[in-house]
Design a protein around this ligand. Sequence first.
Ligand SMILES: [Zn+2]
Length: 207
Amino acid sequence: MKQILKNLQVKTIFSNFSNVHVVLCGQSAVIFDAGCQVEFVKTAVGNAKVEAIFLTHLHYDHVFYLMDYVNTFGCKVFLFNKRFVTNKNYTLENFIPLNLLLPKNCYESLENTKLVNLNNFSVECFHTPGHSADSMCFKIENCFFAGDTIFLNSIGRTDLFLGNSLEMKNSLNKIKNIKFEQCFSGHGKNSTWEEQQKNISYFLQIL
Ligand SMILES: [Zn+2]
């Protein structure tokens, strides 16, 4: 899927693990999540320079190929809290033994950060726990990157370890007040702001 916005282009790579979104602006790129093989990301990035990788959360299906990404693009990785990278409750490896090999010394914590200013991108950061304790959503211009918090006609499950339906409710209330045009999720199809307003309202009633 290719989406041309003002001066941004978002390329979504749909994969069996998690969607990966590559955002291009001129000769720069940022990547959201690491759930598809790096070859696909390289193709999407082309000649652009990758300024950063953002992780929506540490579940294994979103970080599975992170080592390859960092080796290939040599950039920083932003996530909620770098202390959790080695915590197998966050990756879910305590429940699904995978022996993930994650990179070291490339992380920046976003716990107390609302905005990350890169060379060509300003990335707004929102802590949205509920699906997992470290779930984050991000916004660049009118594009919203939702991870596993909201999907087209659905929301992220809250029954996994570190999930919490009350926190999900609070996060949905937060997201409801954020204006965007397109929502790029961690799984399934992307959606519009209008679709998400309906979706979020529905789940706020039943949570
Ligand atoms: Zn997840």
